[in-house]
Design a protein around this ligand. Sequence first.
Ligand SMILES: [Ca+2]
Ligand SMILES: [Ca+2]
Length: 299
Amino acid sequence: MQAWIFFLLCLAGKALAAPQEDAPDEMYVVADDPVTEEPIGVNPVQVEVGEFEEPTGDVGEVAPEHPCRNYHCKHGKVCEVDEENNPMCVCQSPSSCPPSTAVFEKVCGTDNKTYDTSCHFFATKCTLEGTKKGHKLHLDYIGPCKLIPDCHDAELGEFPLRMRDWLKNVLVTLYERDENNNLLTEKQKLRVKKIHENEKRLEAGDHTVELLAHDFEKNYNMYIFPVHWQFGQLDQHPVDGYLSHTELAPLRAPLIPMEHCTTRFFETCDLDADKYIALEEWASCFGIKEKDIDKDLVI
Ligand SMILES: [Ca+2]
Ligand SMILES: [Ca+2]
């Protein structure tokens, strides 16, 4: 469990996926600008989502000296000027991507190929644009491709136990470190304050699944808000009460190499198999009772 958190934190400033509004539904876009010195305990999902909301191909304040200045292209593309000196986005050559400097900069595609960096991945995907192969190619997870063991039924049940505990601990850590950082909104702080001050709260640690299950039963109320909060962090593109494959990517991509039940877990959450995870599906997947699912908690 601790290793799990550690890895997520390591990844916080690195290649985390985030959607772009005009990207195809299932397309992953990964940040390539490293964010350094994240406070320990910050949920990478929360930190990363929202930093990539610039619409692609959008002309900002074009500086007179070069039309490409402030002209943003989505990942995998770079700006070039055409004959009339107008900026346009073209596929980046994978060979122009800087090489990786650490193993966790590598990514594994759904083609089961390891790409040196997310830049290499998106540049490659761009070159396949319009093809069936390109449409099917997604960033599967962070890190080199490896054998992900099958997720057995008993293991599947353990995943939400760790995830819920982690969400609660992330929120408490954010709260403790908030002061002037505005890591949480005032409304969120009010909710987390109650959890933080509850003496019965299970402190962060490397707990057994038995203890986590016991705590969930005993202190169920403490888990309701963290589960809703995470949904709100992910439901951003657009904010519509549903998580697309793309919106889920920032959470999935770093998790898969560490939690082999990740893919199966999120697949099983989509009860009506419409490829979207609604708040009700999400919350019940984490064991929240129907009567406690409340969209007003997504704040
Ligand atoms: Ca959404
Ligand atoms: Ca669904």
